[in-house]
Design a protein around this ligand. Sequence first.
Ligand code: ZN
Length: 849
Amino acid sequence: MKDASPQTIYLKDYKPFGYVVDDVHLTFKLAPNSTRVVSKITFSPNPDATDRQFRLHGEQLKLISSKINGSDVSPVMLDDGLLVDAPNETFVWEAEVEIAPEANTALEGLYMSNGMYCTQCEAEGFRKITYYPDRPDVMSVFTVRIESDLPVLLSNGNPVAQGEGWAEWHDPWPKPAYLFALVAGDLVNHPDRFVTQSGKDVELNIWVRPGDENKCAFGMEALKASMRWDEEVYGREYDLDIFNIVAVDDFNMGAMENKGLNIFNSSCVLASPETSTDANFERIEAIIAHEYFHNWTGNRITCRDWFQLCLKEGLTVYRDSQFTSDMRSAPVKRISDVIELRGRQFPEDQGPLSHPVRPESFQEINNFYTATVYEKGAEVIGMLKLLVGDDAYAKALDMYFDRHDGQACTIEDWLQVFEDATGRDLSQFKRWYSQSGTPRLAVSEKFEDGTYTLTFKQHTPPTPGQDVKEPQVLPIAVGLLAQDGTEVTPTTVLEMTEAEQSFEFSGLDAKPIPSILRGFSAPVVLERTTSREENLFLLEHDTDPFNRWEASRTLAREGLIAMITDGVGSDTLWLNALKTAVADSTLDPAYRALLLSLPTQSELAQTLFEQGVTPDPMAIWTATDTLREDMAKSWADILPALVEETKVTEAFKPDAEQSGKRALAASVLAMQTRLDGGAVAKAQFETADNMTLQLSALTCLIQADAAEDALKAFYDQWKDDRLVMDKWFGLQVGAAKPADAANCAKALTEHPDFDWKNPNRFRAVFGGLAMNHAGFHNADGSGYELLADWLIKLDAKNPQTTARMCTAFQTWKRYDADRQAKMRACLTRISETPGLSRDTTEMVSRLLG
Ligand code: ZN
């Protein structure tokens, strides 16, 4: 039975559990529909707790037997667990339960994917495996025995012993249950070794289904690079004899950092040049690093409760972004991260789903694995580092690892090490964790007697549950340029703490041109009406690569907004300035590809909305299309040289250099296609020997309405590769013309290969639809209706993925009354579905709220 009215859990209600767990012994007798889990757990009274109630979590379990100190007990059975009288001294709890992994379509707990058993326990999946205090502050040592005829049997920690049909594992590091994992299957491995800085030899494996073993080499190199980097940069060494990664086709998220046994969505680990794009490679490298880095930030030091999720996620995202910056190009990584932040986190923070980096209440914690917790959580750490400096950051981190190793911690613990390391008072800084919403920062300037004054005003609009906002600490990185383009004041970090504050720069000969918020030093919306001339100047001269890019992006956005609202033509001055930059072969091709990227249509809709103009998705689409057309025409003369320059003659490598060239080449091909109707793209499609080139050509052909043959050829070539077929599904919907997108998605749901219970396939089609801005928001509402139909259908099988995909509706209040009514009707229809999951119920009620 589902809860009729879901319960809300509050941070302020936190209480420790009445017992500590001394050790856990689990035996799994695996069978698809009747797996037996036998547990033997030693509990002792927790001296830090007053409440000695012995209540264990448990869901969808069939209790076969339960004992305390060897004698049968009869627990009181609850909706979400059980309650039993327990002694006020150390005792042994034993239970046997039965579960049905094959029937588990929610992909949480123990489930099956293509004949293999696997688990996903974060956040609260362990309670679907056995009765347990399933909360992150209860940590214990686990010993696990697996009985099955399958050849590969894995769990956390180190292998202890194995024989015909069984294996035993022991994890010496105390861990919360959410880090438990088990895998059993007919798998093959890609093995390797790593010697840690202190000389410990570690066995590494990537386990995959037979046939995928040629797609593991890149992930393995990324793993070894991550292990080395964490030693060199954070002084963190690996702590077990073995590290296993397993690829699973059916997975709700990207990957999971289970101790010593990371489980990955196969799309986030398997890679080969023929089947993966450069973007796939870069993402895989980052996710492998992310999960590996969790071994310290997450596993050795974990979270006291789920409200503290950003403690491990914000920090680990920050660490993986540092890793990528070191492995590749730092400016390119920073710009890409800001594009992501504005594309995913800003809309969340500015709409009905807005919540603090550390939320204070939730109904379903799985709904809070968000861009705010992860990406804004990482931005907060970047700001902290900027404010205290690199040395103090390193000192604070050392202190954090020393002081809290083996503990379940809070944001208070985290900030305390920074206070202790620096002597700073971080109480105001802490508002970044408690205040939701995106601060807006207005700027004015004055020049008098050689003194240049910048005055900033910060303001955060109200968000759900927070009407009044206090000023936050903003690190504002500023540089000043002279009229001839030389830098008169190098980057300085201004520390703004007041609602309104001025900063002076004296001894200047002439009024400088400011470059404000360099490197995007704080996640805010800068409200500065910089003149077109000034942005053109910054595009040409700024020494900060981020702000140079930002100047062009701003010009692009303002130009597009003028095209939409005033019906003017493309901004030719900007187009010419950009053309010069893009043709400049001294600039990194990857950076030039980013210079060329236009603001997304959703971003333009948000800007219009903020300016009090109701966005018309079709007008936004048309303006973007017109601008791209003008760009292609007016840049025709530089394209041949760019084609030459971006040719890769060496063997394929997914590194920064080659992928940068291919990224720029893809933009060039898109322009060529507008000029030649697809001739060059067709040739590239036919001769491509890697997925990056094949897919960029296919994208161009779809946009040129010339893809019929290519789509068929692509299908025939790749129909047996699930991950490539996800691209085939997603691309068609994502690149469809606005009027066709919903029909295209609908037709694809009728395709025999549309396996809607596989989250990757579902997301390919419906993520593609949601990201096709004008297509999803087509005036007839067909996009909304189709998505609502499928969300209702999926919710009965997989609440987590359904709830996550409801975010497609999060911007509904931006649009006109008719569209709003249509979206509201869809959300209402979803909310009224009988038996709707707790996950989706919470999301829809917040969206409507
Ligand atoms: Zn993570």
